[in-house]
Design a protein. Structure first.
Length: 176
């Protein structure tokens, strides 16, 4: 009897994140989302990569990671620590994809520099924009929510920076 294939760490993470989504994302829906994002992916192909029956090429891994919300730095870490070159290449492809998408969003690129913003932040904002756009809201409601999302993120990060600066000032005064 043949033994089960060893599941690559990037495939295991993709499967874990797909199942952990709320609600969990079916393989069929995940494959359809990957195809809609630009990489032809069948349900059987998604299952084969998740099960470790074959190593997904970097372009497919990048889109699969995007579909389930894996950040580029998570793929890069697998590439480095587990010596998985496809995962490392997929991380670079995903990061470039996120930056291109962010640059193409007028409201986002006017507020946040897509080239210097952390990929995780860009990914969260883009996921939020995608959810808003997929909703049944009116165009006016969608525009309002999009502006609120982007403005809220910028406001929150700005507040965190002020808090960090204040803490650093206080610690600097106490160490003198």
């Amino acid at each position: 009897m043949a033994s089960a294939p060893v599941v690559p760490p990037e495939a295991a993470l993709i499967k874990e994140r797909r199942k952990d989504r709320l609600p969990p994302l079916s393989v069929r829906d995940a494959a359809e989302a990957a195809t809609a994002a630009g990489v032809s992916m069948s349900e059987a192909g998604w299952r084969s990569i998740e099960a470790g029956r074959y190593d997904g090429p970097p372009d497919k891994l990048a889109i699969m990671a995007q579909v389930v919300g894996i950040a580029p730095d998570e793929l890069a870490e697998i590439g480095r620590e587990k010596d998985r070159p496809y995962a490392a290449k997929a991380a670079g492809l995903l990061a470039a994809h996120l930056r291109r998408r962010a640059a193409a969003e007028p409201e986002l690129s006017a507020t946040v520099d897509p080239e210097s913003a952390p990929e995780r932040v860009l990914q969260m904002i883009l996921e939020g924009l995608d959810e808003i756009r997929a909703s049944d809201l009116t165009p006016e409601q969608k525009t309002s929510l999009e502006k609120s999302l982007i403005g809220g993120v910028v406001h929150h990060v700005g507040g965190q920076i002020v808090q960090i600066r204040t803490t650093l000032d206080l610690l600097g005064e106490n160490s003198r």
